[in-house]
Ligand binder design. Structure first.
Ligand code: FAD
Length: 494
């Protein structure tokens, strides 16, 4: 354990990661004697993308006491009920990965086992009518709740507006923002801990704990501490993206679209004032100019900016917490935005840091546990993302053929094989993606198990049919209560 008390916390970077960290630490440490400083450089700027989220973002906002209506207004946000995947299971294939649950747990086991039995007996495979969020997305409806339950959702937002909004919160709680460019990092010659950041105008910012939110460059965690990076590029060959906001041709849909393309996939994220669009691709299979040209030709409306080119490597730092530095956001690692998980990883890393925040010094056991949990989380999300590629029913271009040959981690093979043979989803409590998520994506990509849980056989066929009918009727009733999504958004602005 280092015997240095932690009182001065310094964050480098003012993107989503920096301001989410600053707002959360500011709230947690309000009224204490800590100093919280955030250094950012407007000249360097932020990555400028990152618009789709997963439901736990609502908990994070609740922690910061952000009212949902204010949040959507301030960030030009819209509702996300899930992701529509087009072309991932081959030409013409479409499936929806919703938030929420299919049907209802029965006899202590997940609904999908009963559904598998129903399908094996000749029933239709389309399970949409048993999930409110899927049905609401189909017809563009939303309210946070019906009389009989909550509507599971996340949000889309303008990432730069979100960062600006959180900056207001953080500064109000006492976080001090310094505009400047970090030019040098001074380390303690004895133990290699970071002592101070030296700005290019000579100012020096000393601290006890440093949070590296400097984006892909990882200024502190890599530039100064040389932590190393674990690349997953061999499983996830997409290493580039071109992003372009565009005018929308319609009211914002309450879901994200992901369309498989010749060398990757294209996203479309509807906001109130525009659509976010991008093409995530493999630079070994497509060059940047061609990706930008293809994306431009596929925009829903007029382009509102020049193409923004981004390069990345799927993976993570070998340690997310190294000495007195914690890397959050792109500085810690990156998984392509196929399941919108990067902002979530920021959130969970901030919460994990808050839970283990040192007082009188940094303890190596705490750091080891932090790193183990953080890396486990990266790995489980990685497996979920790879599953989309590994089961993609496409071999029509060199990219998809190379993806099919890329293989997958053993942990994913185990999950897929277990599902194929038994219908069981192997997951751990606390995993972001649980049985419904895995079930939707695996079956959406065309994998149907050959078996199911034995308890599902216990229900007489007539009773199963009656229960299925009742569940379907309940979803239809709830759906009828929901107003159009656009109406919900309009009500926020009055
Ligand atoms: P950045 O936004 O890059 O911020 C870095 C900050 O560090 C900046 O303020 C910069 O000025 C500062 N800085 C850097 N160097 C210095 C220096 N020397 N001195 C001072 N300051 C410095 N996530 C999602 O959850 N959903 C999505 O839909 C999604 N889509 C994405 C699509 C793409 C193509 C990419 C690449 C990412 C996407 N992400 C998404 C991820 C998301 O964009 C990031 O997780 C999020 O924006 C956080 O970025 P950041 O704050 O870590 O880094």
């Amino acid at each position: 354990m280092s015997a240095r008390p932690v009182r001065r916390i310094v964050i480098v970077g003012g993107g989503s990661a920096g301001w989410m960290t600053a707002a959360a630490l500011g709230r947690a440490l309000a009224g204490q004697s800590h100093s919280l400083t955030l250094v950012e450089s407007e000249a360097i700027g932020t990555v400028g993308v990152g618009e789709a989220t997963v439901p736990p973002i609502l908990d994070f906002n609740r922690y910061l006491q952000i009212e949902p209506g204010e949040f959507l207004r301030e960030t030009s946000g819209s509702i996300k009920l899930g992701i529509q995947f087009d072309g991932w299971g081959g030409a013409g294939n479409r499936y929806f990965h919703p938030f929420g649950y299919f049907g209802a747990e029965m006899s202590g086991i997940h609904f999908h086992h009963f559904w598998l039995r129903h399908v094996a007996a000749g029933g239709d495979r389309d399970h949409a009518e048993y999930n409110l969020e899927t049905m609401a997305a189909r017809v563009g409806r939303f309210a946070p709740a019906t009389r009989t339950g909550l509507v599971n959702h996340a949000v889309h937002f303008d990432a730069s507006l979100y960062a600006r909004f959180l900056r207001g919160r953080a500064e109000a709680s006492g976080v001090v923002r310094i505009e400047g460019k970090v030019a040098h990092v001074r380390l303690d010659p004895e133990d290699g801990y970071i002592e101070a950041l030296i700005l290019d105008d000579g100012r020096s910012i000393e601290g006890d704990l440093f949070v590296d939110c400097s984006g892909f460059r990882g200024l502190l965690i890599e530039g100064a501490l040389e932590t190393g990076y674990e690349s997953w590029n061999h499983w996830l060959p997409c290493d580039s993206a071109v992003a372009m906001p565009a005018a929308s041709d319609d009211d914002p849909a309450p879901f994200t679209r992901s369309t498989a393309r010749e060398a990757g996939w294209q996203w479309r994220i509807p906001l109130q004032h525009r659509d976010g669009n991008g093409y995530v691709y493999s630079s070994a299979h497509l060059d940047h100019d061609e990706a930008a040209r293809l994306l431009t030709g596929r925009l829903p409306g007029a382009a509102l900016a020049e193409p923004n080119r981004l390069r990345f490597t799927a993976g993570h730092r070998r340690k997310i917490w190294n000495r007195n530095c914690v890397a959050i956001g792109l500085a810690g690692g990156f998984l392509e935005p196929l399941e919108s998980t990067s902002i979530h990883l920021i959130q969970t890393t901030v919460i994990r840091l808050l839970a283990l925040l040192p007082r009188d010094g940094i303890d190596s056991n705490v750091v080891a546990r932090f790193n183990r949990d953080a890396l486990h989380e990266y790995e489980t999300i990685r497996d979920f993302v790879i599953a989309h590629y590994a089961l993609a029913g496409r071999d029509d271009t060199p990219f998809w053929r190379d993806v099919a040959a890329a293989g997958m981690p053993d942990s994913l093979t185990e999950r897929i094989e277990a599902f194929r043979a038994t219908g069981n989803i192997l997951f751990e409590p606390g995993d972001l993606f649980g049985p419904t998520n895995w079930y939707c994506v695996l079956t959406g990509q065309g994998m149907w198990p050959v078996s199911w849980h034995p308890v599902a056989d216990g229900l007489p066929a007539a009773e199963l049919a009656a229960r299925l009918a009742a569940l379907k009727a309940r979803v239809a009733e709830q759906l009828a209560e929901l107003p159009p999504h656009i109406e919900f958004l309009r009500r926020l602005s009055v």
